[in-house]
Design a protein around this ligand. Structure first.
Ligand SMILES: [Zn+2]
Length: 264
């Protein structure tokens, strides 16, 4: 995938043809590990600590600058979020450039912004899980991932002009599919974790509306981005382009919330 992909950039995307149940959710079904502070004896240092009525949300860092994301709920149980990652994928800290968190397929890592974590607190868990969702989706479907990456590179701001409309449409479809699937995975992980660790999801998102707004706002960034690109690079008076422009909101925002949102 585009090594520079971030939530504010255009890159990828397609169409929901897989049911959510097929989105590689097995990882979250594994038994949650019981961990304790013995990790500190393994050369890990705290990079960030959040402690409140919900429990602990900690980032630890090892000597290779790999981050361990650990949450501990009200029942005292802990879980290392890294266990949800495909084999070999690391978590790194965003230190320069885009402040957005992202999945970097080329460098095999999920990059997270501690600044954002500090701002969003527990809500940021959903973003971390979203990026982890991307890593699993990319891992489970390398062919589509490659296609999305190459179309994403082509759809860059200086090269989109040379992109046939059909290709740009394919890109939009793959990108919206990818983003929606990653959020769907994130939400499932989130529900599972908050339940198992006895974290009060309603103290993180006050209600369903706030919960939906969190990821819809981020999906809307993509919706607006591709819409802008399309209007900019193609003649928006052409019927075909108008049709695509009309379809974009549905692709990005017609999401998966018919399913029960659990406790939120
Ligand atoms: Zn994303």
């Amino acid at each position: 995938m585009n090594p520079n992909r971030s939530e504010s950039q255009l890159e990828i995307q397609p169409e929901p043809e897989k049911p959510e149940s097929a989105l590689g959710l097995n990882k979250v079904d594994k038994e949650l590990d019981q961990t304790d502070d013995s990790s500190l004896e393994l050369g890990l240092e705290y990079l960030y600590r959040l402690q409140d009525e919900n429990g602990n949300f900690n980032l630890k860092i090892d000597k290779e600058n790999n981050i361990i994301v650990e949450i501990q709920g009200r029942n005292g149980e802990s879980f290392q979020i890294n266990d949800l990652l495909p084999e070999g994928i690391k978590v790194k800290q965003q230190i320069s450039g885009f402040l957005n968190s992202r999945y970097d397929d080329e460098n095999r890592c999920v990059v997270i912004s501690i600044e954002r974590l500090d701002k969003e607190k527990w809500q940021f868990l959903l973003t971390i899980l979203h990026e982890i969702g991307h890593s699993n989706i990319a891992n489970d479907n390398r062919v589509e991932n490659e296609e999305l990456t190459s179309l994403g590179a082509k759809a860059g701001i200086f090269t989109a002009a040379e992109m046939p409309l059909e290709e740009y449409k394919r890109f939009i479809h793959l990108l919206s599919k990818n983003e929606r699937e990653a959020w769907a995975l994130s939400i499932k992980y989130f529900r599972k974790l908050t339940k198992q660790l006895d974290i009060d999801a309603r103290s993180i998102f006050r209600n369903k509306k706030e919960f939906l707004e969190y990821y819809r706002k981020r999906l809307a960034t993509y919706k607006n981005g591709v819409g802008f690109h399309l209007s900019f690079w193609y003649n928006k008076n052409e019927t075909e382009v108008r049709d695509v422009l009309q379809e974009i909101p549905n692709l990005f925002l017609n999401d998966f919330d018919e399913e029960p949102t659990g406790s939120i």
